[in-house]
Design a protein around this ligand. Structure first.
Ligand SMILES: [Zn+2]
Length: 156
């Protein structure tokens, strides 16, 4: 069994937050980070145990079409594997039929690589980036300011 983490990885949390910033009315019924006790029993070696997995609810009507997201996330270097609608994709094995007990028709499962847990960069770059998210993030990025132009008006 993969030991249970206390907290999900920041990259996993970021995916759900960015999704909500992009589609505030999206359904979250099948969202998931850490596993329930029942989930642990059923799937003791899930990446949810370690906090390196996230489930995103499929809600095309409200802006979260997991069919599209599944295809686009194949390009994201943080992704270890994806499961959606009875298909599993991994960088090493490509796409295969998913034969697990849950077909994953209501949510997309994303497993994140061990060395990418702290990478909270944009998960939805093809959508032009969530504006609100970028604004929040920009507060933490150090900006090299130009030296004040001596002729510019004085600021208080
Ligand atoms: Zn999952």
């Amino acid at each position: 069994m993969i030991p249970l983490a206390k907290y999900p990885q920041p990259a996993a949390v970021a995916l759900l937050r960015q999704a909500t910033a992009l589609a505030p009315n999206r359904n979250k019924a099948s969202d998931g980070l850490l596993p329930s006790a029942a989930h642990v029993k059923q799937n003791p070696n899930s990446d949810h145990n370690s906090g390196f997995a996230v489930d995103l609810t499929h809600d095309p009507k409200n802006g979260m079409d997991c069919r599209v997201i599944y295809e686009e996330l194949k390009k994201d270097k943080r992704v270890k594997y994806l499961i959606f609608n009875a298909k599993i994709w991994s960088r090493s094995r490509g796409e295969n039929t998913y034969t697990g007990p849950n077909r994953h028709s209501t949510h997309l499962h994303v497993s994140i690589k061990e060395d990418c847990g702290k990478d909270t960069s944009d998960w939805f770059p093809w959508r032009g980036g969530p504006k609100r998210w970028n604004r929040i993030k920009s507060k933490f990025i150090k900006v090299n300011r130009k030296k004040k132009d001596p002729t510019s008006p004085k600021e208080d």
